[in-house]
Design a protein around this ligand. Structure first.
Ligand code: AP5
Length: 218
């Protein structure tokens, strides 16, 4: 089984949706830098106050900050049995730092999963996304509705719209994806680690494909 995994893709491709199911299926540690920043914002920590303005505008949080929090998290004992990085790395310096960290702690990356999706579908997904305030589970107002309007199926928490899920911030996020994150696809392709999947197919079908890959059946 592949156990140290990177999940990549543009904003709205379905990284968070798949990550939540995969970590539960394979008992992996879910390391989402976006969630870590949002938790810090909610808790009002120094990190949260710093990250807030970048995130709300759709800009990337500076590399040294992001690399620092991931390095600390990856070194924790629970990551020894496997982890799934969701939204990290997003720049070449982050990828180079991750490679160095992996060597230092003997936890190298086994596979990089890229979820691809076209821009119109990304805009549709992001503009209709609602997220649980308690557990972070993602929903969509048209295509992934909760059973009870405004209430999370999993934990009963209230659903809300993220501050960076608006037209202006999304344009900025997509721009950063194209200019800074997309070059990582070649970086990982050259290392023989990249596997690309079509994210526009149904969420359950994609999950089946990803589980086969992780089990080594694909
Ligand atoms: P982050 O939280 O990582 O956001 P993102 O990459 O923009 O990705 P999203 O969470 O928007 O989308 P997703 O791919 O997870 O899609 P989801 O599954 O929710 O980062 C936020 C911010 O934090 C960044 O902009 C930056 O400021 C900062 N940050 C984070 N990491 C950083 C880093 N490494 N360096 C610097 N800064 C960093 O799905 C979207 C919607 O589509 C949902 O409504 C869902 O229900 C629906 N959906 C999902 N799958 C399907 C499907 N197959 N079919 C139909 N609908 C689907």
């Amino acid at each position: 089984m592949l156990k140290n995994i990177i999940l990549m893709g543009p904003p709205g491709a379905g990284k968070g949706t798949q990550a939540k199911k995969l970590v539960s299926e394979f008992n992996l540690v879910h390391i989402s830098t976006g969630d870590m920043f949002r938790d810090a914002i909610k808790a009002g920590t120094e990190l949260g106050l710093m990250a807030q303005s970048y995130i709300n505008r759709g800009d990337l949080v500076p590399d040294e900050v992001t690399i620092g929090i991931v390095k600390e998290r990856l070194a924790m004992e629970d990551c020894a049995s496997g982890f799934l990085l969701d939204g990290f790395p997003r720049t070449i310096p982050q990828a180079e730092a991750l490679e160095k960290i992996g060597q230092e702690i003997s936890r190298p990356i086994d596979v990089v999963i890229n979820i691809d999706c076209d821009k119109n579908e990304l805009i549709r997904r992001i503009s209709g996304r609602r997220v649980c305030k308690n557990c972070g589970a993602p929903y969509h107002v048209d295509t992934m509705k909760p059973k009870v309007d405004g209430v999370c199926d999993i934990c009963g928490g209230p659903l809300y719209q993220r501050k960076d899920d608006n037209k202006d911030a999304l344009e900025v996020r997509l721009g950063h994806y194209v200019n800074q994150t997309k070059p990582l696809l070649d970086y990982y392709q050259n290392k023989g680690l990249l596997k690309t999947f079509d994210g526009s197919i149904g969420s359950d079908v994609l999950f089946d494909d990803l589980t086969k890959l992780i089990r080594g059946q694909k």
